[in-house]
Design a binder for this molecule. Structure first.
Ligand code: MN
Length: 741
């Protein structure tokens, strides 16, 4: 006999005992007592004690064959949310272990997502997000059981609430149950949902069914017995199954295919699974001998499969009392496709194409459930469910509540480009759950992500190419550079090509180089040399893809040239390396081509050791050294008069005495206003032993822009300073300032 205090769960305990598996009964009992104590005094709308709900959910969970921890979590699933002053996850972990706590937490989190009023297009994403958020698939099972009981008792709720819950059940939970192979749960959810969504339609069909089939409660069982007897006579092995259509599936068939109730011939259906295709036809003949067939209702999907690969023979025949029923005959293989290939069907309906992965995984679970009967220990069995279905995707919300799926590890920049190219290009910062976050932050499942844009934004930065995770964002950033920065890209591209010529110790003139590059461009399907330079500049093509072709073309050119004439003399200094000796280094830079000149670093771009540089012969002020991608260089390049005044320049090695230990560089820091933010920035710089040469500030609404000049060793030192600054709280972005003067 069950003790008095466990009287309420006596049916549940009996159910567990009867299914012949091992459970931790003490744990289950104490979870029940704990939940009862926590919910003490709480009532459901129906007037019954609240604990009746968790008990019912636990029974449904136990009926599914789930394990001890799932049953415990079912008892506790509403406690953390509904009794926050009496318990919490830590307490549940302490009492029942981390697995139970994880399950309770998962079910609670799902509850906080409002999926009731979403548009159709969002629903598939929401289903996926629910799966993604519940790291353990048992969370979804418990949630489905919770929903089943909520639907059973939905009548107590107000009308508007009923409708919203029914809609959510129909659109989100019933399809999830279907995907997980939980047919009974799916059917129960659909039946209740339909009762609230279209009570008139539901009652009408229910009445029709009772009127037409009500007197034949055991119809399908009788038919099965008859057919079994006949099939055994012809000596082939077979499996026999039967089903009765639910009110909802009749409803759907009537509305989707515009049929009347009397045109539904498959209210009853019998399924016969055999071994070979030939046997399918043999069995078909037998069925037609046994029963009178309905003309025009025979379909041979074996010789002509449906587009979704479905194969089967269908025929409708008339049984006892003139009741029609459908017979489906197929082989085991065809049955597999019919059962598990439904994945494709589901995707097709929701317009989803790229989620083959989830289908594979869910099908696997659904297969596990199908074989679950075979006395596997539930603890082992459930262990298999602790899988991460979307190990490669993250689901986040927009401020409007739309769900966006991103590859795992995606940053705010990826999110911005996913929303819209324009959003990405004008992005200046972002927020996660309402708090400012660095643009390279990685949002987590369920986060609300917001992008801050500004029309004053100068567009993406080249560093973003190294930060973003998705190809989509990378492509869009490249596209921007391709379109907006063609002139700059060409200079960058030329410098890359020049390095190649340097490696080849080329003596080509500018024109020769251009014609070599132009030939290469044509070979790879581009218009001219500038197009190729541009592509190299924005990263659309990498130099390693074309260096061999450049060599090829170069060798051809050189050979022709050697045969014709002596090597041409270079008339103009260019950034091409010359054969002249290298000149003395000054300020840590070695300049080719000009002797004894003074070098100064251009203020517009403040080049740093490690970066590609070029010298420009000024009138009377020596040679100024620019970064090769400095905007001023780029504009000078388009001017014929200036182009000849560029000279090759490169950094000296640090060991030479001309090498300086520090160089100036400018950066811009955009921050959210906060009292001690400047102190935080200068402390960070001081810790890194960085001198601030100058600083000025500009306020824009609730942000401040710092323009700062600092001294540093080289480009990698500079980059490390930037990343340190980016990690400071409330810093929106840090970029290198260039080309402003
Ligand atoms: Mn509940």
């Amino acid at each position: 006999m069950t003790e008095e205090k466990y009287q309420e769960i006596a049916p549940l305990l009996e159910l567990l005992h009867s299914n012949g598996r091992s459970y931790d009964y003490e744990k289950i009992k104490s979870a029940f007592l704990y939940a009862k104590e926590l919910h003490e005094g709480q009532m459901r709308l129906s007037g019954e004690p609240y604990i009746m709900h968790p008990i019912s959910v636990a029974e449904i969970v136990a009926n599914l064959g789930l394990d001890t921890d799932s049953v415990c979590a079912a008892f506790l699933h509403d406690t953390v949310e509904d009794c926050p002053d009496k318990t919490n996850l830590d307490e549940i972990t302490r009492l029942f272990g981390s697995d139970v706590a994880l399950l309770v937490d998962g079910v609670t989190k799902i509850k906080s997502i409002n999926v009731e009023e979403k548009e159709e297009a969002q629903i598939e994403s929401i289903r996926k997000m629910l799966l993604a958020m519940s790291k353990d698939i048992r969370v979804i099972f418990i949630k489905l059981c919770d929903r089943v009981h909520n639907m059973r008792t939905l009548y107590v709720k107000k009308d508007a609430k009923r409708r919203a819950t029914a809609l959510e059940t129909m659109h989100v939970y019933a399809p999830l149950a279907h995907r997980l192979g939980m047919q009974k749960i799916k059917q129960e959810l659909e039946t209740y949902a339909l009762q609230y969504l279209d009570p008139i339609g539901y009652n009408e069909i229910k009445a029709h069914i009772e009127e037409k089939y009500g007197r034949n409660v055991n119809f399908i069982e009788t038919i099965k017995a008859n057919v079994k007897e006949e099939l055994e006579k012809i000596n082939i092995s077979f499996t026999l199954g039967g089903r009765v259509k639910t009110v909802y599936s009749v409803y759907r068939k009537m509305y989707n295919q515009n049929k009347t109730f009397d045109e539904i011939y498959d209210f009853y259906a019998l399924r016969i699974i055999v071994n070979t295709e030939l046997e399918c036809y043999t069995v078909l003949g037998l069925i037609h001998e046994l029963y009178k067939s309905v003309p025009g209702r025979f379909k041979d999907y074996i010789s002509t499969p449906k587009p979704n690969m479905y194969q089967s023979l269908h025929t409708t025949v008339i049984g006892k009392d003139g009741i029609p029923f459908e017979v489906q005959i197929r082989t085991k293989e065809m049955h597999q496709v019919a059962e598990y290939g439904i994945a494709a069907h589901w995707k097709y309906k929701s317009g989803e194409k790229s989620s083959a992965d989830i289908d594979t995984k869910l099908d696997w679970i659904s297969k596990l459930i199908a074989t679950e009967e075979e006395a596997i220990d539930p603890e082992d069995f459930m262990h298999a469910f602790k899988i991460d279905i979307f190990h490669d995707e993250t689901f986040v919300f927009t401020p409007k509540g739309d769900v966006i799926a991103l590859p795992l590890g995606s940053t705010l920049i990826d999110f911005a480009y996913k929303i819209h190219t324009g959003v990405g290009n004008k992005m200046i910062g972002g927020k996660i759950n309402g708090r400012i976050a660095p643009i390279d932050s990685v949002p987590q499942n369920g986060n609300i992500v917001e992008i801050i844009t500004s029309n004053a934004s100068k567009g993406p930065s080249r560093d973003w190419l190294n930060i973003v995770k998705t190809g989509e964002a990378r492509n869009k950033i490249r596209q921007w550079f391709k379109k907006e920065k063609r002139a700059e890209n060409i200079v960058v591209g030329k410098s890359l090509v020049d390095k190649e010529f340097l490696h080849m110790r080329s003596t080509c003139s500018d024109d020769e180089k251009n014609s070599i590059v132009a030939s290469v461009a044509k070979r790879i399907g581009m218009m001219d040399a500038d197009d190729l330079y541009n592509a190299l500049g924005y990263g659309g093509i990498s130099i390693s893809k074309i260096d061999k072709k450049i060599r090829d073309e170069y060798e051809k050119t050189v050979k022709t040239k050697d045969n014709k004439e002596a090597p041409s003399v270079q008339l103009e200094p260019t950034i091409t390396p010359t054969t002249k000796k290298k000149h003395k280094s000054s300020g840590g830079v070695i300049v080719d081509g000009e002797e004894g000149c003074v070098v100064k670093f251009a203020k517009c771009c403040n080049p740093l050791p490690g970066e590609d540089i070029v010298g420009f012969i000024t009138k009377g002020y020596g040679i100024s050294i620019h970064k090769i991608d400095c905007p001023n260089v780029q504009s000078a390049f388009s001017n014929d008069e200036y182009v000849s005044r560029f000279v090759k320049a490169e950094w000296d090695t640090p060991s030479n005495n001309s090498y300086r230990s520090s160089y100036e560089s400018s950066l811009q820091i955009l921050v959210t206003n906060r009292i001690s933010i400047l102190a935080d920035i200068s402390t960070a710089l001081a810790e890194m032993k960085i001198d601030i040469v100058s600083i000025n500030t500009k306020n824009v609404e609730d942000t401040t822009l710092f323009n700062m000049t600092i001294s540093c060793r080289d480009i990698s030192h500079f980059n490390s300073i930037i990343s340190r600054l980016r990690s400071i709280k409330d810093v929106i972005r840090v970029t290198r300032a260039m080309g402003t003067r």
